[in-house]
Write a protein that binds this ligand. Sequence first.
Ligand code: B1M
Length: 212
Amino acid sequence: MAILDEISAAVQAGKKQDVEVLVQQAIDDGVSAQDILNDGLLAAMDIIGPKFKNNEIFIPEVLIAARAMNAGTALLKPLLAEADTKPLGKAVIGTVKGDMHDIGKNLVRMMIEGKGIEVADLGVDVAPEAFVDYIKSNPEVSLVCLSALLTTTLPALENTVKTIIDAGLNNQVKILVGGAPVTQAFADQIGADGYSPDAGSAAAMAAELIAA
Ligand code: B1M
């Protein structure tokens, strides 16, 4: 669909305002939020990724594209949220220490919120102790969602899970992990309660873990 290609091109070019206009236009034209997300916004990231890897583009371009992508997903947020959901519980999310990637984490947060779960977002580069402090001071929180995008931050993911368990907080919270280098086997190995490969399944898993 032409408009989805235009959205992808605008994200790749980092044209935030164009992305907002085009996404709104696609919504108004009746294109589904899922198609706009998958075939417009995320399609752009599939092109950006290899270019970044091959040094055809550099961090500033990727950052500008990421900002444009986030502006587009923000417009989709209310549409991706499921109607008629009542609050299921409270969760906290963050990208682990040393890791600045937040596009996937933001999508996961949005999809979980769409399940009617309230999500506090601690942002990126979050130290294990910050998760522990947050959980301790918010006893109603029963799910922690951890995102890691770099193979080099997998140890930080493991350390965060360990720090939460060592603080005795695994009685209060379940731990859900994900991100491109994370696997089910790794999640099992580090003692996480759940793993999901993408935002949609993360939302379903979050609801399951909160209800358990
Ligand atoms: Co970075 N980066 N990056 N980067 N970057 C990757 C991840 C990389 C694969 C690129 C590459 O080389 N091909 C590579 C990692 C290689 C590896 O470790 N194996 C890489 C690298 C090396 C780096 C730097 C080290 C580069 C450098 O400085 N030399 C550096 C590290 C900085 C740091 O974090 N300390 C770096 C920096 C950056 C930018 C800052 C420029 C920018 C981030 C901007 C931002 O996020 N605001 C950036 C970006 C944008 C990327 C790529 C191009 C896109 C990532 C993305 O947003 N994907 C990426 C290449 C790629 O993935 N194609 C790359 C779209 C997003 C929707 O997918 O995040 O995978 P993703 O999230 C998915 C799932 O993983 C899952 O659901 C999401 C939606 O379906 N998921 C979860 C994520 N979290 C989850 C949590 C869950 C469950 C599921 O439960 C809680």
